[in-house]
Ligand binder design. Structure first.
Ligand SMILES: C[S@@+](CC[C@H](N)C(=O)[O-])C[C@H]1O[C@@H](n2cnc3c(N)ncnc32)[C@H](O)[C@@H]1O
Length: 224
């Protein structure tokens, strides 16, 4: 899978070179291409990407031409799924991340300042995705969130089984996890986890998952 990120701040994406996602890219499981929108400006100094909003108001708006040219260059023929990271979009979920793995190429457009000229959204974008009901300074962190979450579903990125029991996989939260030592500051791990009885461990985990979901996220259980 290929993910192209269009941004005015390519240097913000250093975290994608690290840890599991960085290793996956290094092994060729995922191709992440960070493209500087400024490279597609047409002014003399190849710099101008934003301008004052028509009608007045605070801040600057990203101009349509550099974004349009960048999108046309990275996705000629409109083969990719083009996504604008935006607080106005539908809220990103695990289910959406899984759905996005169905595309061979994603283009993620990161806005900045007051956002991007609406004509670019209307002409070039397939969908808008928000990472939550709050406003950030730019789409770079949201794009990294989408990249990270989608990458976890790519074959060979995580170890086998990691995706099976985790939170949201079946509409509930994951059971509590414990590791060594078996007793930490006088508190023992639940005995069943040391029993070696796989059926009992599975039963305990199911019950704990439900208990935790009821306590922390009862909304997930509505309609079940
Ligand atoms: C300051 S925000 C613009 C907010 C816009 N003026 C509004 O009120 O809806 C700048 C950019 O950050 C990104 N952004 C901010 N919050 C976001 C969120 N919750 N999810 C996804 N992208 C977000 C978008 O790309 C947006 O264009």
């Amino acid at each position: 899978m290929k993910i192209t990120i269009l941004t005015l701040f390519p240097e913000m994406f250093a975290p994608l070179k690290m840890s599991i996602i960085g290793r996956a890219a290094g092994r060729g499981k995922l191709d992440i291409d960070i493209v500087n929108i400024r490279d597609y400006t047409q002014d003399k100094h190849h710099f101008k990407c934003d301008d004052y909003p028509f009608g007045g108001g605070a801040g600057m708006v990203m101009m349509p031409q550099p974004i349009a040219s960048a999108i046309e260059a990275v996705d000629p023929g409109h083969v990719a799924r083009r996504i604008y990271m935006s607080p106005k979009g539908a809220t990103f979920t695990q289910a959406k991340a899984f759905e996005l793995t169905g595309y061979e190429h994603l283009v993620l457009l990161c806005g900045h300042y007051e956002g991007v000229d609406q004509r670019v959204i209307d002409m070039f974008i397939d969908e808008e995705i928000s990472i939550g009901d709050y406003v950030l300074t730019g789409g770079e962190l949201p794009a990294m969130v989408v990249c990270d979450c989608v990458a976890r579903y790519i074959d060979g990125v995580l170890s086998d089984g990691s995706l099976v029991d985790e939170s949201f996989a079946d509409g509930a939260l994951e059971y509590p996890q414990y590791t060594r030592p078996a007793v930490f500051r006088g508190v023992s791990v639940p005995e069943v986890l040391l029993s070696g009885d796989h059926a009992k461990v599975a039963e305990w985990r199911r019950a704990e998952s439900l208990k935790l979901t009821k306590k922390l996220r009862p909304d997930l259980l509505q309609g079940k």
